[in-house]
Design a protein around this ligand. Structure first.
Ligand code: BMA
Length: 378
């Protein structure tokens, strides 16, 4: 009798621990640090919004690669919680990105930011593998680049069976080598959030919504992840699905490759006018609800203020993002402009109103995520 009761209690405990499945990466072999990052971010997105900045650790409009420097730190005294990096032209075997940034230096800064306890996110604007081979390519504006949308055959041409499949595999090999090189001092892989094939709902990249079919887009995603994760054994990557502005969940999910591939549901939306606030509110509402339902992370992975609007951070962005469990908000790069430096009167890296966002209890910069110990907790 006692034995039976013991067995019953034991199986109940076992059942409970199985059904209360903890949210975690889609990669079942994700490294310990990657699992911890996922879980920390999943919790943190209910507590506040991390600030992220693209190429923050690489340059600002008046300076170029000074190791400890950051526009965010210059302005607020703290680094961003999330550091964004770009891999465009890595696929070509170049030493520098399409923005002239050295890939060796990018790797250094990724490791440094990881050591500090920050989060790393990586974007990729690869050239157009089909049109780049055309003889007259450079005579066209954006010819051969990620923005070249002159052919609708591109995605089909790089998938298995397509005539550019082998070329694409050499690109993927280079990408895999880069990720494999991201190791800390003890040789352990550095976890990163990778956001390729971004802004699918728009039609300004060769993987855009009217440039390939939803099936091709999903297949491209699945090929990318299975290549890196299963073929190359890389288990330090969280994958972010991403669209540009959308007005419905149905539009957002077009081409979604599946929960076994994706870790984060993210959105890019720039403020182009008065409709932005309500549109962002609507989109973040359904994107974050869907993400939570699926046990996925969330982000407003690219945004930017309205031209000429002084209090954008405090009066437009903050009130909307505070309503939802958004993991991070990232603003895009401060492109280096040698002319600004020569003029002797450098522009301020951020508007004064950015400090209102910084000082808000809801925003998280590096010091706050250091306290949360993203990679070390259980
Ligand atoms: C774009 C612009 C480009 C840049 C690209 C990749 O949005 O900032 O100038 O080359 O991102 O970083």
């Amino acid at each position: 009798m006692r034995g039976e009761r013991f067995l019953l209690i034991f199986s109940l405990i076992l059942l409970c621990s199985f059904s209360a499945k903890k949210p975690g990466p889609s990669d079942k072999k994700a490294t310990k640090e990657t699992v911890r990052l996922f879980r920390s971010l999943f919790e943190l997105q209910n507590k506040g919004i991390m600030y992220g900045h693209q190429d923050d650790l690489m340059y600002g409009s008046t300076w170029w690669y000074e190791k400890e420097r950051s526009d965010t730190k210059d302005f607020t005294g703290d680094y961003p919680a999330v550091a964004g990096f770009e891999l465009g032209h890595l696929e070509l075997g170049h030493e520098r990105s399409l923005d002239s940034v050295s890939f060796t230096e990018i790797k250094e800064q990724i490791k440094t930011h990881y050591k500090r306890g920050g989060v790393i996110t990586i974007s990729w604007h690869p050239d157009n593998p089909l049109t780049m081979q055309q003889p007259d390519v450079r005579s066209r504006r954006q010819g051969g680049t990620a923005w070249d949308v002159s052919s609708k055959e591109v995605v089909a041409s790089i998938l298995p069976g397509g005539r550019n499949h082998e070329l694409f595999n050499t690109w993927m090999e280079r990408l895999a080598l880069f990720f494999a090189d991201l190791k800390d001092e003890k040789g352990k892989p550095v976890p990163v959030i990778f956001r390729p094939w971004h802004e699918h709902s728009g039609s300004f990249f060769w993987w855009g919504t009217t440039i390939c079919t939803d099936e091709e887009y999903a297949a491209l995603w699945r090929y990318t992840v299975t290549f890196l994760r299963d073929k190359k054994g890389l288990h330090n990557i969280l994958y972010a699905y991403n669209t540009d502005r959308v007005t419905s969940l149905e539009q957002y999910m077009r081409g979604y490759p599946g929960d076994d591939i994706i870790d984060m549901l993210s959105l890019d939306m720039y403020d182009r006018g008065a409709q932005f606030g309500p549109e962002l509110d609507n989109a973040l509402g359904f994107v974050t609800a869907e993400a939570i339902k699926r046990n996925k992370l969330t982000a407003l992975s690219e945004t930017g203020g309205r031209r000429g609007m002084e209090k954008w951070w405090s009066s437009v962005l903050l009130p909307v993002v505070s309503k939802y469990p958004v993991g991070y908000v990232l603003t895009w790069r401060h492109a280096y402009r040698p002319g600004f430096k020569m003029a002797g009167a450098p522009l301020k890296p951020f508007p004064d109103d950015f400090m209102v966002f910084y000082n808000s209890p809801g925003s998280l910069f590096l010091k706050e995520v250091q306290e949360a110990n993203l990679y070390k907790r259980k």
